[in-house]
Design a protein around this ligand. Structure first.
Ligand SMILES: *Cc1c(COP(=O)(O)O)cnc(C)c1O
Length: 426
C-alpha cells in the first residue's frame, strides 16, 4: 500500500509486533550473542542476515535507516555518525586513487574542503562547475575516469536550487550517477530520485533531527543506476571483493542492494563512523514530526523573506521561494511544497551594520547552526570567517554584510518583530 509522506514520517521503519514496545527500542549493545560459531560465520560471509557487531549494523540504527529509505523512495539506506561521514562514504564508495569526479560549486563548505583538499591527498580529483554552467561547459568537464556528479538540492549557505534536469542528463549521458545532498530540502520538500538523482545523502543533524540534539547522516540508494552496464568503471561493485570472501556486490545483492551493502561492508568496517543507537532513536523522534515542522519552517522562512524584501534597511535578500529571486523558477519546479527555513540577506551599511544588527537581536540566537526548532543566525564576517578582510570574503562568496538566518518553529510574527526591533536600532 502506497502511503503519503505524512504517514511515512510517522509509521515507516520500526513496526511493533505483538506485545512489543510501541516506540522504537534502543538496542544499546555493541555485540550480539550466537549459539554456534557456524551461525556467526554465515553472517561474516554475508550469507545470512543478522547482527554481530554495532560498528557494522545495529537494529535501532537499521530501523531508522529504513524510515529514511521509505521517505526518499529508495531501495536501501544506511545511517552514519555525521553528515560529513555520509558524504565521504557515498563518494568514496565509487572513487579510488586516480579517479575524477564533478561537483557544483554551490555546496557546503565542509564538503568543498573534503573534495578539494582531503580527497586530493587520496589521489582523487574533483572539478568544480558553476551551478549556472551551460550544458556544453558541464559536458566538457567529464573525463574518461569521471565516476560521479555531485550537487545539493538547496545549497548551504548560498541557497542555490540544483537544476536536476541539467545535471542528471549530463551524468547519465556519461554513464555515471548523480549524487545529491538533500539536507536542506528534506524528502518532504523534494525527493531527488523523482528528478533523476541516483543516490541521496543527508546531514540528519539539520531538519531531520530538528531539535539540535544529535549529529548524524544518511545515504540512500535509488537502486536505479545500472552499475553492470559499466563493469570496468564500477569494478568495486561488479567484480569480486577480495576483502569480503570474493563477494560480487551487484550479483549477490542486486542493483537495489549493492551500493549500500558495499558501503557498509567496506567503509563502515574500515572507517567506523557509526551513529550510536541513542542518537538514531533521537533522530527517529525528530522524523516523526518532520512533515509538520517543515511546513512551519517554510512558512516562517517565506514570511521573513517577504518582510526583509520590503524593508529599507536591507540591501538584498536570498530565499528560493521569494518571487523574483534568482532560482525561483527552479524552486517552483523541484520544490513545489516549499524550500526551507533559511534566509540570507544583507544589512545596508556593510560589516558594521550587520554586527550592530546581530547585537540587537533578542530572541534569535547567534549560532553556527541551522535548521532546528529555535531561530538562530550567523554573521560569517564577524565569526566563522573573521580572519578574512572584505576582499577575501567576497572571493569566498560571502559578502561582509551577509547574515544567514535559520527560521525556527516560533510564530512568524515574533521572529519578524525581533528582526524589526533589531533593524530599528542599526
Ligand atoms: C551540515 C551539513 C553537512 C555536514 O553535516 P554534519 O552533520 O555537520 O557532519 C553536509 N551538507 C550540508 C548541506 C549541511 O548543511
Amino acid at each position: 500500500m502506497k502511503q503519503s509522506m505524512d504517514t511515512l514520517c510517522v509509521q515507516a521503519g520500526y513496526n511493533a509486533g505483538n506485545g512489543e514496545p510501541r516506540q522504537l527500542p534502543i538496542v544499546q549493545s555493541t555485540t550480539f550473542r550466537y549459539l554456534t560459531g557456524e551461525d556467526m560465520g554465515k553472517l561474516f560471509d554475508l550469507e545470512a542476515e543478522g547482527y554481530f557487531y554495532t560498528r557494522l549494523q545495529n537494529p535501532t540504527v537499521d530501523q531508522v535507516a529504513a524510515k529514511i529509505c521509505a521517505l526518499e523512495g529508495g531501495s536501501a539506506a544506511m545511517l552514519t555518525a555525521s553528515g560529513m561521514a555520509a558524504t565521504f562514504y557515498a563518494v568514496f564508495n565509487l572513487l579510488s586513487c586516480g579517479d575524477h569526479a564533478i561537483s557544483t560549486t554551490a555546496i557546503y563548505g565542509g564538503t568543498y574542503n573534503l573534495f578539494a583538499v582531503t580527497m586530493k591527498r587520496m589521489g582523487i580529483e574533483f572539478t568544480f562547475v558553476s551551478p549556472d554552467c551551460t550544458e556544453e561547459e558541464l559536458n566538457a568537464a567529464f573525463r574518461p575516469n569521471t565516476k560521479l556528479v555531485f550537487g545539493e538540492t538547496i545549497s548551504n549557505p548560498s541557497l542555490r536550487v540544483l537544476d536536476f534536469d541539467k545535471f542528471s542528463r549530463a551524468a547519465h549521458a556519461h554513464g555515471v550517477p548523480l549524487i545529491v545532498d538533500n539536507t536542506f530540502a528534506t524528502p518532504v520538500g523534494c525527493r531527488p530520485f523523482e528528478f533523476g538523482a541516483d543516490i541521496v545523502t543527508h546531514s540528519t543533524t539539520k531538519y531531520m533531527d530538528g531539535h539540535a540534539c544529535a549529529l548524524g547522516g544518511a545515504i540512500v540508494d535509488s537502486g536505479k543506476f545500472d552499475w553492470t552496464k559499466y563493469p570496468e568503471k564500477f569494478a568495486g561493485l561488479c567484480t569480486p571483493d577480495e576483502s569480503y570472501h570474493g563477494v560480487t556486490y551487484t550479483e549477490r545483492f542486486g542493483l537495489g542492494g549493492a551500493f549500500i551493502t558495499k558501503a557498509t561492508a567496506q567503509l563502515m568496517r574500515d572507517f567506523g563512523a557509526m551513529p550510536s543507537p541513542n542518537n538514531a532513536f533521537l533522530l527517529n523522534l525528530g522524523l516523526e514530526s518532520l512533515h509538520l515542522r517543515m511546513r512551519q519552517h517554510c512558512a516562517n522562512g517565506l514570511a521573513v523573506a517577504k518582510f526583509l524584501a520590503d524593508n529599507e534597511k536591507i540591501s538584498w535578500v536570498t530565499y528560493p521561494d521569494l518571487p523574483g529571486s534568482r532560482d525561483y523558477a527552479l524552486c517552483q519546479k523541484y520544490l513545489p511544497n516549499g524550500s526551507c527555513g533559511v534566509v540570507s540577506f544583507g544589512v545596508k551599511g556593510g560589516r558594521a551594520a550587520a554586527e550592530s544588527f546581530m547585537r540587537n537581536l533578542q530572541m534569535a540566537a547567534i549560532e553556527t547552526h541551522v535548521a532546528d526548532a529555535k531561530t538562530c543566525c550567523l554573521h560569517p564576517a564577524s565569526t566563522t570567517h573573521r580572519q578574512m578582510n572584505d576582499e577575501e570574503l567576497l572571493a569566498a562568496g560571502v559578502s561582509p554584510d551577509l547574515i544567514r538566518m535559520s527560521c525556527g518553529l516560533e510564530a512568524a510574527e515574533d521572529i519578524i518583530a525581533d528582526i524589526a526591533q533589531a533593524l530599528e536600532k542599526v
